[in-house]
Design a protein around this ligand. Sequence first.
Ligand code: ZN
Length: 336
Amino acid sequence: MRKAKDNENVPKRYYRPTLTTCPRCGASLRRRWTLWDKYLVTLAGRVHIFSLGYSCSRPRCSRVIYRSIEAEQLSPKGYSFGFDLMVQIGWWRFWEHRTLDEIATLLTAQHLPVSRRHILNLIGDFLALLRAAQPAKIEAQRAYFKRHGLVISLDGMEPEQGNEMLFVVREANLDLTLVAKTLYSSRADLISQQLLEPVKALGFRIRAVVSDADKNIRRAVKVSLPGCPQQACQVHCVCDAGQPIFEADRAMKTDLRREIRAKLRPISRVLTQSSQDDPPVSVLMDYCEALRDALRADGVSPFRLAGLKRYDELQRLEISLRRCQKKRSIFSCLPC
Ligand SMILES: [Zn+2]
């Protein structure tokens, strides 16, 4: 059964129009009635919002009702969640890549009553907001695009093999998304109709296209933008060229981890059995933790090589340990 919310201690907030005098006759405005009131969940907690309507105090003047713009901007119409909360949840989900459970925990920590069902809905609403704001972002760059034209990048992502693909067309100089669509197939005619034609319809000169070497994309560009220069994306090229190095680095990383972990295990065991109040023991425990941490790092193709990074970190740890031994501040119980 649904539990009724306890609204007794919810703080009240009243919103009035910014105008205080009548724009027609200059007389002061008088409060008429409450236009609407609702309980709103915002990042600051739950609040009871009242939007008060005002009109001219002169009986024979206009009956126009003035309201607070600020109150209208707190949340979408008919919603009990504020825009601020919606944007925060969207940020957590898509910029910080947090899971539904993590978001629920963060909200609980801030004492915000949002159920998992509502988090899911709010994520959907956030995406709708984002999409609705996109034309305005493109419009804001109209002067730049008119002058310099567009250099577009076209890329397709397939999160799950065999399922729909997400295609994104961006303006490469400003890093601005022009069109994003999921297509059930990467056929050239679909790419042409669904992605390139809408970009053409924006009405700017298209100076060049950057994409990977995919045959369908190349064919679509030839059909929709005949004569437009097309370059293979350098990041894709570098990733392909760097793949053997990246694989070798990954193998080294695995070897390093196996070797160090095997040596670390007996030392850790000795240390946990020793007296924890002994300062050298706690220092060595910290070293063990730092070692374990150094073994965890992951790489990103093509330039962030985790194996090399681990190697550097291990060397730094070794130098630090040797310095300690030299000072004789910690006893040497290290077999490695
Ligand atoms: Zn008036």
